[in-house]
Ligand binder design. Structure first.
Ligand code: DAH
Length: 348
């Protein structure tokens, strides 16, 4: 049976010169193809199932016996060299395309770096500063007994802070601690003086949330018990703390106050670090920023934990962490600390 060839081929009979000419033309055309689809069209045109290579094979088949050997060699050389030209051109076009696709002016991908939360930063710094004064860190549970949160802190059952309106009670009579002061009790129950601890942690009060209040906030509690600890020690240590935390020019002010667990009690203020004490929006024109309470440990507290108040005295303090974070970092609204908006948190 006669093989079927595309029209125009049947009578073609190529000689060796024509094969070589075709080979030269094919390689030139392939080398000149401007993109991958042009290259593929050229490949099909020369090496495809209906391509020009078939003409050569036909010529080979029909050639007289004495020419078959030479034509066979030329046919092989045609296929190999044209295929090599295709491969080479394809590689060149592909690498040019990948260079073009790579924009060296694009900024690189930045690894996402986390930051410590501002509240954590202030706590870490407070731990560091009091560490320089010989304080170690103590911890206590967020869910407390009324004994640790109130009674042992000389806060009797009729005290207003025990009212359910001011405290989150849980069903079994325990409560979410309203301050970090119960950690003082737990520490003193578990060891003898001298005691020098700070206790950073979370506190809970049913406050209505606004720019300066949150039902969940943080304090750093401090307790120093030894022989002859006085208000002068308290003032000196808190002044040192203030200078380390706020800068060397900060002043500290004590005002008389009342807390059940200290006698005498004070509230202490830092001079406003924004205006230096002249009065501005941050300190509400007063020149001072209230940081928190402190005092000399009430003998009734020592009695509750079995310390001998004729031998030992101590000072205690509890300061608001968010307060310090807000004034130090210039955060105008306490809620920004809890929204978990990384655009805010990433700035510190
Ligand atoms: N616990 C008090 C509060 O939450 C703060 C405080 C005042 C802590 C005086 C103390 C202290 O240790 O001595 O308002």
């Amino acid at each position: 049976m006669m093989p079927v060839f595309p029209a125009g081929r049947l009578n073609d009979s190529m000689n060796s010169g024509e094969i070589q000419e075709l080979q030269t033309a094919a390689i030139a055309e392939i080398a000149a193809s401007g993109d991958l689809s042009a290259l593929d069209a050229a490949r099909v045109k020369y090496l495809g199932r209906n391509g020009r290579v078939q003409d050569i094979l036909l010529a080979l088949r029909e050639a007289p016996v004495d020419q078959k050997r030479e034509l066979g060699r030329l046919a092989n050389e045609f296929k190999n060299s044209v295929q090599a030209a295709v491969d080479e051109r394809r590689e060149a076009l592909q690498s040019a395309a990948s260079v073009a696709a790579f924009d060296v002016t694009l900024p690189g991908r930045w690894p996402h770096r986390g930051t410590r939360h501002p509240v954590t930063q202030i706590i870490d710094r407070a731990v560091e500063i009091f560490g320089q004064l010989g304080f170690t860190v103590a911890d206590g549970p967020d869910i407390e007994t009324p004994f640790h949160n109130f009674d042992a802190l000389n806060t009797p059952a009729n005290h207003p802070s025990r009212d359910p309106k001011d405290t989150f009670y849980l069903g079994d009579g325990t409560l979410l601690r309203t301050h970090t002061s119960p950690v003082q009790i737990r520490v003193m129950q578990s060891r003898q003086p001298p005691v020098r601890i700070i206790a950073p942690g979370r506190c809970y009060r049913p406050d209505t949330t606004d720019a300066t209040h949150s039902a969940n906030f943080h304090q750093v509690e401090g307790l120093y018990v030894d022989r002859k600890v006085s208000l002068a020690d308290l003032k000196g240590d808190l002044t040192y703390f203030a200078r380390q935390m706020m800068g060397p020019n900060v002043k500290i002010r004590f005002r008389p106050h009342f807390f059940p667990f200290t006698e005498p009690s004070v509230e202490y203020d830092f001079s406003c670090h924004v205006c230096g004490g002249k009065g501005c929006r941050v300190c509400k024109q007063s020149g001072w920023i209230e940081i928190s309470g402190a005092g000399i440990v009430d003998p009734n507290v020592f009695k509750a934990v079995g310390y001998d108040s004729t031998q030992y005295t101590g000072y205690a303090f509890g300061m608001g962490v968010e307060r310090i974070a807000m004034i130090l970092l210039g955060i105008p609204d306490i809620r920004m600390l809890y929204d978990n908006d990384v655009r805010v948190l990433r700035q510190f």
